[in-house]
Design a protein around this ligand. Structure first.
Ligand SMILES: *Cc1c(COP(=O)(O)O)cnc(C)c1O
Length: 488
């Protein structure tokens, strides 16, 4: 399988690359992204064959279907990371919260957010490829709290990869900050930035486009890669659990093989939703993918009105910070899939220059064949969390955005599978508020919620509060480059 570029080819790079090249060097011509040239067929026949497969076997079969240039032994080594999840035989358990509503819990990995589902195996593969080629890579991440911990965790002590992670000081939960600043490995650097997530991301972009920084890296023989969901190496692992959740329901006789379902995805950068889209396109029986957003409802506008307009929008900080995004990167891959590279390039250029692009009526109709969308406020989220807590199910504020989609967007009486993207332990202050528990800190919230609900605090979260802080640097934006160079 070859990979091509969403904005067409500039004549300087190869127009078709292998998977390994696409993930080591994820930036494509004209600022575009790599996408598979075609999708394998993973329809009813594939699903029927996989009906008794465990998660890793299903994942292996799916990866083989993509015919990527990674040896079987390395694929298995990567997939064995799921053995360290809470239940090695079932890394993504599916729970029922209503007769026709099911939750795939994607947070049972080491950092308690769905990022682990893809970053864990991705880290093994990227590091092995870099080592095979004898190349050194630097991965830089700006995080609002989930990508950072998951990226550090997967690459710690891995050869040929260094990670530098920037987070907004005061902009994450205590748990998220501790997950980063207590990571102890020589190849990791964590820097707190004085400012909000926007400032942090901006500082990273400035650094990445700085010629002197690039020259310094080159002089040291270090190349840049990326571990966010612009990297297709993450997306491929985010297709698997959509199939797995569906097959779990078939195994339990909740649905019949071939019966359609709704997939509900709480979305920010649209990586998880893109995985769902590829799954649907490859043949998973999905009626529609329902996109849940918070107050930063740019995706709702796109899917309902055909308009991506960020001219007068300012980012709003919400209780679901991993979805506080205005430029949602992976939408581009859907646009490319539907409208081709020329049109995608035009729309992305409009977004950069005019902060706006519009779909034609036909284009919008095409998008709506696969997607519908809705957003909910923090207040609504808290109410949904309280409602399900009463029924005995605790969910985090990101997952809670899915409830409105479940209640209001299903135009057919079909079952829904929603993606739960974080454990309650990562956002315990919000969960406490929903449960009307008073708490001054994450630790207090965790303990009180645990007492009240009987839910256990997992050991890796508990341990954070007594671990030594390794990375205590919090710097002004202007000082980031200096910090970085001293690390390299
Ligand atoms: C990253 C993240 C999301 C958003 O996922 P995308 O793939 O960026 O759309 C949602 N919820 C949580 C908890 C996350 O960490």
């Amino acid at each position: 399988m070859q990979f091509i570029e969403t904005r067409g080819n500039d004549g300087k790079r190869a127009s078709h690359v292998n998977f390994s090249d696409a993930i080591l060097n994820p930036s494509a011509s004209f600022g575009g992204l790599y996408v598979p040239e075609s999708l394998p067929d993973m329809g009813i026949e594939f699903l029927a064959d996989a009906i008794n497969s465990d998660y890793k076997t299903l994942a292996f079969e799916l990866l083989k279907k993509f015919e990527i240039d990674i040896e079987d032994a390395l694929l298995w080594e990567a997939l064995n990371c799921y053995d360290s999840f809470d239940d090695a035989n079932n890394p993504a358990p599916v729970k029922s919260i209503e007769e026709d509503c099911f939750v795939t819990e994607l947070y049972h990995g080491p950092t308690r957010a769905f990022k682990d589902m893809a970053l864990q195996p991705f880290g093994v593969i990227l590091s092995a490829l870099a080592a095979q080629r004898g190349e050194e890579y630097l991965i830089m991440a700006a995080t609002s709290g989930d990508t950072g911990p998951a990226t550090l965790e997967t690459f710690k002590n891995r050869p040929n990869i260094r990670v530098a992670c920037l987070y907004p000081d005061g902009g994450t939960s205590d748990v998220q900050r501790l997950q980063m600043v207590t990571e102890d490995a020589a190849n990791l650097k964590v820097i707190g930035v004085k400012g909000n997530f926007d400032d942090t991301q901006h500082a990273l972009k400035t650094l990445l486009s700085s010629e002197t920084f690039k020259a310094e890296l080159q002089a040291k023989g270090i190349k840049l890669s990326a571990a966010n969901s612009v990297n297709f190496g993450r997306i491929i692992f985010q297709i698997i659990y959509h199939l797995y959740g569906y097959l779990e329901l078939v195994r339990r006789d909740d649905i019949a093989l071939g019966e359609k379902v709704y997939l509900i995805v709480p979305s920010g950068n649209f990586g998880n939703a893109l995985g769902a889209y590829y799954a649907k396109k490859a043949g998973l029986p999905v009626e529609k993918i329902l996109i849940a957003s918070n107050t930063n409802n740019i995706l709702t506008d796109l899917i309902n009105k055909g308009e991506y307009d960020i001219r007068d929008r300012a980012l709003v900080l919400t209780r679901s910070p991993a979805m506080d995004i205005l430029k949602s990167s992976n939408v581009e891959r859907v646009l490319f899939d539907k409208f081709g590279s020329e049109r995608t390039r035009e729309m992305m250029q409009d977004l950069e220059e005019k902060h706006l692009y519009r779909l034609s009526a036909e284009e919008l109709a095409s998008l709506r064949e696969d997607f519908d969308a809705i957003d909910s406020s923090d207040a609504e989220g808290l109410a949904f969390m309280a409602d399900y807590a009463d029924k005995g199910y605790i969910m985090d504020p990101h997952t809670a955005t899915c409830i409105k989609a479940y209640r209001e967007l299903r135009s057919e009486p079909l079952p829904a599978i929603l993606c739960s993207t974080a454990e309650w332990t990562k956002f315990s202050m919000s969960v406490a508020e929903a449960l009307q528990i008073e708490a001054e800190s994450d630790l207090e919230a965790l303990e009180k919620i645990s007492q009240e609900t009987g839910l256990k605090i997992p050991p890796m979260i508990k341990a954070l509060f007594s671990k030594r802080v390794i990375h205590d640097k919090v710097v002004e934006k202007e000082k980031i480059k200096e910090e970085m160079l001293s690390f390299l």
